[in-house]
Design a protein. Structure first.
Length: 184
């Protein structure tokens, strides 16, 4: 049975993007990116909303020999995985191994978890909020950056109580801290 993992790079005050939608402060350095790659290797399917899909879709053509080994590695990981995009606005998707769905269906995700082996990742705070509220998320992979942005897209939804167990933590030289929590 697959785990559903919510992974987010967030500011210290809990945002994935600032009030203008910028997230340039969240770009991982080589050390963090290499660690992310290792976490992403077991993922067989990515669940995205439209905005996160648009952010991630350039990885379809990345991974050329002139790029860093960490970038090439992540591009190969991303390209090899299935993608499921939830959008009422997109007319089509432009990447391989990608299916478009009009709305998030918690029951379909539950079924996917029970019928697949590789883990599933939900990306983007808005879609993740739906999965969290439906009780679907098994693990949280949170990367806290040493930045305070003061507002924007919250990494975690309001009005949800979660009791979690800390399973792993790691500090990076850049000041980023990784925290892995498991749902109780």
């Amino acid at each position: 049975m697959a785990k559903l993992i919510y992974s987010a790079i967030m500011s210290l005050d809990g945002y994935t993007a600032d009030e203008q939608g910028n997230f340039d402060w969240a770009a991982p350095d080589e050390e963090v990116h290499g660690f992310v790659n290792d976490l992403e290797r077991p993922v067989g399917t990515y669940l995205y909303g439209r905005r996160m899909y648009e952010v991630m879709s350039p990885w379809e053509t990345m991974g050329t020999p002139d790029q860093s080994p960490v970038t090439v590695d992540f591009a190969r990981i991303w390209q090899a995985a299935d993608k499921l995009v939830y959008s009422r606005v997109l007319e089509s998707v432009s990447t391989a191994r990608t299916r478009l769905e009009r709305q998030f269906d918690p029951e379909a995700v539950r079924q996917l978890k029970t019928t697949t082996e590789p883990d599933i990742s939900v990306g983007g705070p808005h879609l993740a909020a739906e999965a969290i509220q439906a009780g679907l998320v098994d693990e949280y992979h949170l990367f806290l950056t040493p930045t305070v942005v003061g507002g924007g897209n919250q990494a975690l939804p309001d009005h949800v109580r979660l009791d979690l167990d800390l399973e792993d933590e790691r500090r990076f030289t850049s000041g980023v801290v990784f925290l892995r929590y498991r749902q109780r």
